[in-house]
Design a protein around this ligand. Structure first.
Ligand code: MLT
Length: 310
């Protein structure tokens, strides 16, 4: 007679607009991925999804805000390998626990990372890049999206491996950082492929290596880090949707199903893959798989970022 206790609110979810917070500037990798996927999710859910870019502190300011938001399915965040892994190793007082303060919804993309430089940077390849930055340690700067971001953590790994300590120039996202790289105002950056494909194609920047085991079909001329001589430079970035901890199971399942379906639509797959994003397999799209990824990346980046260039 009485079914499982599902409140009116849960049963009719979603009954109004959902807010998806992007913790970085417009036009950057997180924003681009969020817009592609949320447009398709909105069709399934039957309600609009608005994107709010709330920047600051390498994405951790907005992430904290979502950790503390009402767990009702109407405030979500696109987190990533930075906000939900690397940041925990870089902020002694982060204010949230990536693994316990969220209800993981679904992985949205996996994302290779490239070492990029301004077009006129005086190094033709990775070997020359390393030689140059070692010779000019005080005269080379590195753009990133704030402490804890993917671009920051990836280049911390690079810096450690080649023993350099360049000046960092923080931006509110790699969207604006890329504008500065294109304008020649900063020297290099470690960025997600989605942000790099178009400026590489028009040759307004250059790439020295992709931090992956294999070359990428979208940027086939870019050598792998192993080919370039630095096999330890490996980064597997990713983007995923999270709700606040305590979000009802039915709502998480609803949102997860919308992501799973979106990732099978050509309207999502075509633009994502054209920009080098890797669509997760069905098995990688479950909340449990995302929870496991967060746990393993917390561990992995905790180890990586403990090491410092003396
Ligand atoms: C962005 O969208 O700006 C990026 O995801 C920033 C980063 O983490 O490097």
């Amino acid at each position: 007679l009485f079914g499982p206790a599902i409140s009116q609110e849960q049963a009719s979810y979603p009954s109004r607009q959902i807010k998806l917070i992007v913790p970085f500037a417009k036009g950057g990798p997180t924003d681009v991925v969020a817009r592609i996927v949320s447009a398709e999710m909105a069709k399934t859910l039957g309600q609009p999804i608005s994107i709010d870019n709330i920047v600051g502190a390498g994405g951790t300011a907005a992430t904290l805000r979502v950790a503390q938001a009402a767990p009702d399915g109407y405030t979500l965040i696109v987190g990533h390998m930075g906000t939900h892994a690397a940041a925990a190793a870089l902020y002694p007082k982060l204010g949230y626990h990536p693994d316990t303060d969220f209800a993981p919804v679904a992985l949205v993309t996996r994302m290779p990372v490239l070492l990029l430089a301004r077009r006129e940077f005086p190094a033709a390849n990775f070997g020359e890049f390393v030689a140059y930055v070692r010779r000019h340690p005080d005269n080379v700067n590195l753009a990133h999206a704030g402490v804890g971001s993917v671009s920051y953590a990836s280049c911390m790994l690079l810096n450690y491996l080649i023993g350099i300590n360049p000046t960092g120039v923080p931006f509110n996202g790699t969207g604006p950082a890329m504008d500065a790289l294109v304008a020649g105002q900063v020297d290099f950056m470690c960025d997600q492929i989605v942000n790099a494909v178009l400026p590489l194609r028009t040759e307004v920047i250059k790439a020295y290596a992709i931090a992956s085991p294999e070359r990428d079909a979208v940027v086939p001329a870019v050598p792998t880090s192993a080919e370039a001589g630095l096999p330890g430079f490996q980064v597997e970035a990713w983007n995923a949707i999270f709700a606040p901890k305590g979000t009802p199971q039915e709502i998480v399942a609803n949102l997860n199903a919308a992501v799973v379906r979106a990732l099978d639509q050509p309207e999502v797959r075509a633009p994502l893959t054209a920009l080098g994003g890797i669509v997760p397999t069905r098995g990688q799209r479950t909340p449990e798989a995302l929870a496991a990824l967060v746990r393993s990346d917390l561990q992995k980046w905790g180890e990586v970022l403990k090491r410092q260039v003396p």
